[in-house]
Design a protein around this ligand. Structure first.
Ligand code: ATP
Length: 322
């Protein structure tokens, strides 16, 4: 293997830069040329690539976002768009391609791996952690810590004003961010799509809390594919209980900022593992981390198989969140 390329695609996530840096260092250490493709699949179709050397990735380990840029490309979902992408890879003599992104990126990568000769390796980079085949995705820990800092701050004002707060966190259709940030932040209740709840149940829980010692409460709400739905929940709670509340939607704050140590280490490990997988001749798979070890999973499984919430955490939730 003499020449490979790397791109970031879909939503950006803290730690993507650390992963690019690791892949460049691992490739150069083996005398492999590595190209950076700008703006994900959109840039691949346009042929936007440039060589990356160690200097190009100096001083980026602590930066959020992605130096390569990212984009969503509807053209890449068409055979015509992918044909153009394959032509560009062949023109530059690219023998292996590393894709850092989420399940959409991997779906595209799976199609691409059947249509070109280059090896295709995915690396899970998304704050949502909703990818099968890895315990954690790059960016998840940073997003959880961002949400946790916000919850801590909100607790100060909730306590001072004796108020109920709904804090809505990202996670698309999953509750990974809500579960970990909510437990770490001592939330009084977590609303997570994997654990169906009724507003009646929530109201009873809050009433019990306020009849006891509590004068304030924080409910962490997973966006569950419906960003902003916390306003409806808060309204329904007020109608049934009379509790006034405030809603805080953390939104894209959770996507930016410097990656945590955990995300940087994970990104480093997976960047090196991705280059290693290409050198070994692997293709059509994702390198993730399972039980602290790098592990390959077929790209198709990353979205077809369901990743469950940590069962131990879910069990502890009743005890720790009340
Ligand atoms: P995130 O989880 O952060 O949103 P993602 O990788 O899932 O990241 P998407 O926007 O879903 O982000 O996908 C990134 C790109 O992958 C899309 O813009 C599109 O070009 C390509 N893609 C997505 N789904 C498919 C698909 N079913 N077939 C082919 N390509 C796809």
């Amino acid at each position: 293997m003499k020449r490979i390329a790397i791109l970031t695609s879909g939503g950006d996530a803290p730690g993507m830069n650390a992963c690019i840096r690791a892949a460049v260092r691992a490739a150069r250490a083996q005398d492999i040329d590595i190209f950076g493709i700008r703006r994900g699949y959109a840039g691949l179709i346009q042929g936007e690539m440039e060589p990356l050397d160690r200097k190009a990735v100096a001083n980026i380990i602590h930066q959020g976002g992605t130096i390569l840029g990212t984009a969503r490309s509807s053209e890449f979902t068409t055979p015509g768009g992918r044909t153009q992408a394959v032509k560009n890879l062949e023109k530059e003599g690219i023998e292996g391609l590393i894709l850092i992104g989420g399940d959409g990126t991997f779906r595209g990568g799976c199609d691409l791996s059947q249509e070109c000769n280059a090896g295709i390796i995915g690396v899970p980079g998304t704050i949502d952690n909703d990818i099968y085949g890895t315990d954690y995705t790059i960016g998840f820990d940073s997003a959880v810590n961002c949400a946790l800092h916000a919850i801590d701050r909100i607790r100060d004002t909730a306590l001072s004003h004796e108020r109920l707060f709904f804090v809505e966190v990202m996670g698309r259709h999953t509750g990974f961010i809500a579960l970990e940030s909510g437990m770490a932040g001592g939330a009084e209740e977590l609303l997570i799509p994997e654990l169906p709840f009724g507003v009646d149940e929530l109201c009873s829980h809050l009433e019990r809390s306020f009849q006891g010692q509590k004068r304030s409460a924080i409910v962490v709400v997973a966006e569950s594919g419906k960003p902003g739905d916390s306003f409806r929940i808060a309204r329904e709670v007020r109608e049934r209980t009379g509790f006034d509340s405030r809603v805080c939607i953390l939104g894209h704050l959770q996507r930016g900022g410097s990656p945590t140590a955990r995300d940087r280490v994970l990104a480093g490990k997976l960047g090196v593992a991705a280059v290693g997988a290409l050198v070994e001749g692997k293709s059509g798979c994702m390198v993730g981390e399972v039980n602290w070890r790098a592990a390959c999973t077929p790209l198709r499984d990353t979205w077809n198989r369901k990743k469950d919430l940590n069962a131990e955490l879910v069990e502890m939730r009743e005890l720790l969140c009340e």
